[in-house]
Design a protein around this ligand. Structure first.
Ligand code: PEP
Ligand code: MN
Length: 362
């Protein structure tokens, strides 16, 4: 006989393995009415798999809304009962894990401010020992993949079998378009390191605003992410936290309808053949680039010998500025972005300096 509990477990399993996995709900649970109305409107879209809501909110500064606390957990339970949507909340302490599980929260997530702290992650992991619940782990606020991986290892070692990642961007100083810089290459690297783990993108906390949310979500889908976590609210402008980035459930549905969902692969032979040919060309060009770079470094070493014999500094700023200026001009004619070419030239230059340094000082 299927009990209510096993039905719920299979609903959670179905959601966990669905692609794309769509998680949505308010940044914070505020009132019972708000949680239930959001859940109902999300369920009505037919596009959402899991209901999220922050119960305990780690805020950067005191005096802001720090979450409704455990009293919001029965609201989520009720929302699930009405809509059938499995629920997920952020946990940062052992007590919060215990409380969330007592109220049948189906999926837990570790927030960015917790992933940075091995003591906290370990406390959460210890509270999870012997429990069978899926756990999503957000990237740490700083761009440190070791910390992110470390958190995954701590949670896995506690016996949690279903672990996933959430990419929510990284803190940076100064104004950028994003609230948290996406640094997509880090998410891609994490995918490479932990290929078995699903990775969800959280465009809400990356963007911090509504107007670039869809483009960011699209980018994640183009990069083969497994799903999206997007904050939604029945009255976004008056949300108690993260008001600027939340959208209504109906806007969410519209947005999800406008996203082009990509396949990772297709079986068409023609497609594979064409792709194979282009990939061969890329491999060929990569080979040549590497040969050329190696030649360039050999020349730099010769220069290093001359500099050593004449006791001249390695770095000659005027010459370097000249090279850089020429390169950016040429790059723009060739359709290469200034950002890319600057990074590329910096890397080449640093390697060249290192080579010359070896010559000069060995
Ligand atoms: C959140 O999801 O509301 C949240 C606090 O996120 P993060 O940990 O990414 O800041
Ligand atoms: Mn939030």
């Amino acid at each position: 006989m299927e009990t209510a509990q096993t039905t719920q477990q299979s609903a959670t399993q179905a959601a966990w393995s669905k692609r794309p996995l769509i998680i949505s709900g308010p940044c914070s649970a505020e009132t019972e009415e708000q949680v239930i109305a959001t859940a109902q409107r999300l369920a009505n879209t037919g596009k959402v798999d899991v209901l999220r809501a922050g119960i305990w909110k780690p805020r950067t500064k005191p005096g802001m809304f720090e979450g409704i606390g455990a009293k919001g957990l029965p609201w989520l339970q009720q929302a699930k009962k009405i809509t059938g949507l499995p629920t997920t909340v952020e946990v940062a302490t052992g007590k919060q894990v215990e409380d969330a599980l007592t109220f049948d929260v189906d999926i837990l997530w570790v927030g960015a401010r917790t992933t940075v702290n091995p003591f906290s992650v370990q406390e959460v992991a210890d509270a999870l020992r012997g429990v069978d619940v899926p756990v999503l782990i957000k990237n740490p606020i700083n761009p440190d993949l070791e910390l992110w991986q470390g958190a995954v290892e701590r949670i896995s070692r506690a016996g949690i079998k279903q672990v996933g990642l959430i990419h929510r961007g990284f803190s940076s100083y100064g104004n950028t378009d994003f609230r948290n810089a996406p640094m997509w290459h880090l998410a891609i690297e994490m995918k490479r390191r932990m290929p078995g783990l699903p990775i969800i993108n959280d465009p809400s906390h990356i963007c911090g605003r509504r107007d670039i949310l869809q483009a960011t979500a699209q980018k994640a889908i183009d990069l083969d992410f497994d799903g999206l976590m997007i904050e939604s609210h029945i009255d976004p402008d008056n949300a108690w936290s993260d008001a600027k980035q939340q959208i209504t459930p109906e806007r969410l549905a519209e947005m999800l309808g406008e996203i082009s969902w990509r396949k990772e692969d297709v079986s068409s032979e023609e497609f594979h053949h064409a792709l194979e040919k282009l990939r061969e060309q890329i491999n060929h060009v990569d080979d040549e680039l590497m040969q050329l770079i190696s030649q360039r470094m050999n020349i730099a070493e010769k220069i290093g010998e001359y500099k050593k014999n004449n006791n001249v500094t390695i770095l000659q700023s005027t010459r370097w500025n000249e090279i850089l200026e020429k390169a950016t001009k040429k790059a723009s004619k060739l359709g290469l972005s200034e950002e890319f070419i600057t990074k590329y030239m910096d890397a080449i230059h640093m390697e060249s300096i290192n080579r010359q340094n070896n010559i000069m000082n060995n």
